[in-house]
Unconditional design. Sequence first.
Length: 99
Amino acid sequence: METDQLISIDIFCRHYKVEYSFVQSLREVGLIDTVLVQETQYLQIPQLQNLERMIRLHDDLDVNLEGIEVVQHLLKRVEYMQDEIISLKNRLRLYESNE
């Protein structure tokens, strides 16, 4: 993995004023992935938007870790269904254009 797509968890926690243990808890339950490079844990930059959402759920709405898991699962299902709707609409257009 290219290091320009990584940010140290320590730097992330300082910037966002988040406890290191919270980020580790998210990693332990599988909500985020980290990369170990020379004994330092890093986050992948593409997952920062998702991580920011989890922080807002936790801090602003006081949602616990289990609640964050549920929200993430539901958001993934909604995204999957939206993709499926787009696919079905495209297929429907194909059939409608052949009439």
